[in-house]
Design a protein around this ligand. Structure first.
Ligand code: MN
Length: 285
């Protein structure tokens, strides 16, 4: 099942090039009051909502996807966990290119660990990435985004995929430079999640998925998730050995080689097999 969030917080079932409004199904979500939970309610209750989404789709209003504004399908991720240099060829290109490594030693992921991006950086495919530091190199990074569906605390690799609700395309936008990753990657609009949420059953194994990114039609990144240094189950298991993962937490699994700069006016087209394609505009704040 593919679910999009769009326009004024509508929820829709994605079918072909259309989205069917199933927002009414969300009335089944439990009422909340302050202090609100840090989980994402849609993701937490996704399996229970499925039949209601299917029922609502029978009579829901259909719109062309190209006519709606896609928002992040995860509205309230509790944390964005991200994997640095998790493809071997990207590690090699980062070490070879001073514009990427900025005289810092680029360590292997097993040594440098994971990092966190601010949740305030999240946007959807229909929003615009906004450059604020023109004097710096602002790079694209396409990544498979893993959406956690169940509370995961110290889970094993073997069991890890049972905690995944679904997947999306992630863009881990990055300013190159000497500062900590969490600063350079947490600017407003620098985490794109989209174009929609695809439930885990539609993807099956997250290994073996082609990823492709172009900028204004120019090929930049083209790889496959089978080349991840730490695969998705290992990332989940490792992350959950440090902190509990909650429903709606998103893991950005790392970017392959071919990262490069974008400028205001560019359009990024990102595709992941079995997930979809999204066009994301780059602008200026
Ligand atoms: Mn990244």
């Amino acid at each position: 099942m593919r679910i999009a969030r769009y326009d004024d917080n509508r929820f829709g079932l994605v079918e072909g090039d259309e989205v069917i409004d199933v927002t009414s199904a969300l009335s089944a979500l439990p009422a909340q009051s302050y202090p609100f939970p840090r989980t994402d309610l849609f993701v937490e209750h996704f399996e229970k909502l499925r039949p209601a989404f299917e029922a609502a789709a029978k009579t829901g209003t259909r719109r062309k996807l190209k006519d709606v504004k896609l928002l992040s399908p995860v509205a309230n991720p509790g944390k964005i966990v991200a994997a640095p240099v998790n493809y071997k060829k990207h590690l090699e290109e980062a070490r070879a290119d001073a514009g990427i490594h900025h005289q810092q030693q680029v360590g292997e992921i097993q040594k440098v660990g994971l990092f966190l991006k601010a949740t305030s950086s999240v946007i959807g495919a229909g929003e615009t990435i906004l450059i604020r530091h023109d004097d710096r190199r602002n790079d694209h990074e396409i990544e498979l985004a893993v959406v956690i569906g169940k509370t995961a605390d110290r889970v094993s690799k073997e069991d890890a995929l049972n905690y995944v609700a679904g997947y999306a395309i992630g863009l881990d936008m990055t300013i190159r430079g000497p500062e900590e990753r969490s600063l350079r990657k947490s600017l407003d609009t620098f985490t794109v999640i989209g174009p929609w949420f695809v439930s885990a059953d539609e993807i099956g194994s997250p290994s073996g998925l082609d990823l492709e990114l172009t900028v204004d039609g120019e090929a930049r990144q083209n790889a496959n998730t089978r080349d991840l240094v730490l695969d998705v189950p290992t990332l989940i298991s490792w992350a959950s050995s440090f902190y509990t993962l909650h429903p709606g937490d998103v893991i950005l699994s790392g970017t392959p080689e071919g990262v490069g700069p974008v400028l205001a006016g560019n359009t990024i087209r990102a595709t992941i097999a079995k997930v979809g394609t999204m066009d994301v505009k780059v602008g200026h704040i």
